[in-house]
Design a protein around this ligand. Structure first.
Ligand code: KIV
Length: 267
């Protein structure tokens, strides 16, 4: 499908006031389950670094790691739009950005995302000129968490809100088909949502965005050591894993002779 057809659907959903849903996946079964649930967008986020690879933040995630996981996710996606995150320092110039974006397309991504607004216009224009659908990401930028000194709320002051508005307008003009707003004050997110024709997809940015995205591990309680304040988990998968593991351990330790029937110890 050509770029226009893939992404026009999302502008149309915004026009109709239909909320867009997006979740992250990093592996085949999760991607397939989300896809079967009829989620609109599946993002192979570089949050992979934290919730799957055990890094402290996303700044250590490599291109090879992202490509490996995107390939697995692509095998499980049939109906959702598959977007992949370009890791930090894989889009330092417009040329490098296009080269990286093409690598993601080659492993099955249908669109790419990178972090930044007005400062990334050359990269975004180059990617969209190459015919690759592009999702923008403004507000809190996790790839810059070290310089920022933490995950801080954006758009609190008038000048921050104005800067975010010009970022959103800049990425729209450069060809983005949607823009993620990460931890942006709800009122500012509302203003941005009204100011642009492309859909805003919020994460911790209030209810007025055109859609919502979450890290799936946060939503299903699979990373219990840290849950962002704005997330209300819908499940407790970590507890399920622990209790299944404990039950298996007890059953194994308690069984002197393996039963010939129904035992998972038997081959
Ligand atoms: O890396 C990621 O998962 C993201 C989303 C949280 C928007 O960028």
């Amino acid at each position: 499908m050509v770029m226009q057809e893939l992404t026009e659907k999302f502008r149309e959903m915004k026009r109709r006031g239909e909320k867009i849903t997006a979740l992250t996946a990093y592996d085949y079964p999760t991607a397939r389950l989300l896809d079967e649930s009829e989620i609109n967008i599946i993002l192979v986020g570089d949050s992979l670094g934290m919730v799957v690879l055990g890094y402290q933040d996303t700044t250590r995630v490599t291109l090879e790691e992202m490509l490996h996981h995107t390939r697995a996710v692509a095998r499980g996606v049939k109906q959702a739009l598959l977007v992949a995150d370009m890791p930090v320092h894989t889009y330092d110039t417009a040329e490098q950005a296009v080269e990286t974006a093409k690598k993601f397309v080659a492993v099955g991504a249908q669109a790419v995302k990178l972090e930044g607004g007005a400062s990334q216009v050359a990269q975004i224009e180059a990617i969209t000129r190459a015919g690759i659908p592009f999702m923008a990401h403004i507000g809190m930028l996790p790839q810059h968490v070290r310089e920022e000194g933490g995950y801080k709320v954006k758009g609190r002051t008038q000048s921050e809100a104005e800067a975010l508005l010009s970022d959103a307008r800049a990425v729209e003009k450069a060809g983005a088909f949607s823009v993620v707003l990460e931890i942006v004050v709800a009122d500012t997110a509302k203003q941005i949502t009204r100011a642009v024709d492309i859909p805003t997809i919020g994460i911790g940015s209030g209810e007025h965005c055109d859609g919502q995205i979450l890290v799936t591990h946060d939503l299903i309680g699979l990373f219990p050591w840290f849950t962002p304040k704005f997330v209300s988990p819908q499940a407790r998968v970590a507890d399920e894993i622990r209790s299944a593991a404990r039950a298996f351990i007890e059953r194994t330790r308690g069984s002197k002779t393996p039963s010939p029937h129904g035992s998972d110890i038997q081959m």
